[in-house]
Design a protein around this ligand. Structure first.
Ligand code: SF4
Length: 404
């Protein structure tokens, strides 16, 4: 059987006997062989007959590099402000000023959530917020003036410093694009920072409408990730699948992340997040990636990223989220015993007892990690100051969260 495949570079190749050929490739991968982009794209599109072999290969690699352990971070979610100057087609988080639910948290609210999380054994304060709302909304400029800050990032830095000072939680901020100077500033209170690459594609008309998403330019996002690498800041990034990108785009995005990690060694985890449709978003009628698509993408990510940490959130898959373990992930991401997932409010976090049970049913041990992965704790400790003190208190001898 012949199969015509369009490659990343737009070339066309003809593969003879694709299933047998790909099975052979997968066996070689288990033995340490690399493979090219064309093969990765074919694996993303593989049929049901090949899927078990693909998943088994991904699991074998996961066990080789991260044997028998699945990690998660016990966190509180701090949506510092949901005002945002961007209008992403899939976003249910953002609000304009005056819209129902629009809110910028006060310092007291931030501290209250962090303290409640501390009492529940959380170790991460995940700060999520809209991108530079003050650039678009006078109301946000007024809010910041009242609070005594020049910009949302100044306010964020102060809130991260407050949480670090007043609680045992370690902040992890996801504020969107960052300059090198802001990375320097935030690294004093954040052991790691995050920014989803989402996709290297510039053709996502529904997800990133022209002129409506100035912060979603792939080159700018890659620059922030690179600037963090130049400063040795452990970094969380990832891709968002099912927002109009092609399979070639997915592979290209994963390779862009891998290349930055090869150069700077700072990508502490790669999130593979699936698009979820919600009634209130412009992409309400957009089809969601199905579980097969997600499993293929996770498995191909493992094949491309090898020993890197790969995360898939358990609350975006439906009831049988443990199936994601079949594709070689090694992290569930942040799971909160207190706050909802404000980005996907319709999707409750699984209860931690249930998460542990299902993880153990798959033959894995669930381990609580910190917002910085064990491989990077030494680097953060070397920064010294209060951040190093807090980290030393929070981690055990292996760099995971110390048992409460
Ligand atoms: S995804 Fe982020 S940048 Fe896009 S609209 Fe939502 S909050 Fe803003």
């Amino acid at each position: 059987m012949n199969e015509r495949v369009t490659t990343i570079a737009g070339r066309e190749t003809v593969c003879m006997e694709p299933v047998r050929y790909l099975v052979e490739k997968l066996r070689n991968v288990r033995d340490g062989a690399t493979f090219d982009c064309d093969i990765a794209v074919q694996l993303l599109r593989c049929d049901e007959a090949l899927l078990p072999e693909l998943l088994a290969t991904a699991r074998a690699l996961k066990e080789k590099y991260h044997p028998a352990v699945i990690t998660y971070s016990r966190k509180v979610f701090i949506p510092l402000t949901n005002l945002c100057r961007d209008y992403c087609g899939y976003c249910t988080f953002r609000r304009d000023p005056g819209e129902p639910g629009a809110h910028t948290m006060s310092p007291d609210e931030v501290l209250s959530v962090a303290q409640q999380g501390e009492n529940l054994g959380c170790t991460e304060a995940l700060f999520s917020l809209g991108d530079r709302p003050e650039a678009l909304f006078p109301e946000m400029r007024e809010t910041l003036r009242r609070l005594g800050y020049r910009s949302t990032l100044h306010y964020l830095a102060a809130m991260c410093e407050m949480v670090l000072r007043e609680t045992k939680l370690l902040p992890h901020a996801n504020p969107g694009l960052l300059s090198a100077n802001w990375i320097e500033r935030l690294r004093t209170s954040n052991p790691s920072l995050g920014l989803m690459l989402e996709s290297t594609s510039t053709q996502l008309a529904m997800a990133h409408p022209a002129a409506g998403t100035p912060d979603k330019v792939p080159a700018l996002r890659l620059k922030t990730i690179e600037d963090a690498g130049k400063r040795g800041v452990p970094f969380t990034t990832g891709i968002l699948i099912g927002i109009g990108e092609t399979m070639e785009d997915r592979v290209e995005s994963l390779l862009a992340i891998r290349q930055l990690h090869e150069r700077y060694g700072h990508i502490q985890e790669v999130i593979i997040q699936n698009f979820r449709a919600k009634p209130s978003i412009p992409m309400a009628a957009w089809p969601e990636p199905d579980i097969g698509d997600l499993l293929r993408t996770l498995a191909v990510a493992r094949l491309l990223l090898l020993d890197m940490n790969i995360q898939a959130p358990p609350n975006l898959t439906g009831l049988s989220y443990e199936r994601l373990l079949e594709a070689g992930i090694n992290d569930w991401g942040g799971v909160s015993p207190l706050t909802p997932d404000y980005i996907n409010p319709e999707a409750p976090w699984p209860h931690l007892v249930e998460l542990r049970r299902r993880t153990e049913m798959a033959g894995q041990t669930l381990v609580q990690r910190l917002p910085v992965y064990p491989e990077y704790t030494e680097k953060v400790m070397a920064r010294g100051g209060l951040l190093a003190e807090r980290l030393a208190t929070a981690m055990d001898h292996a760099g995971y969260a110390r048992a409460a």
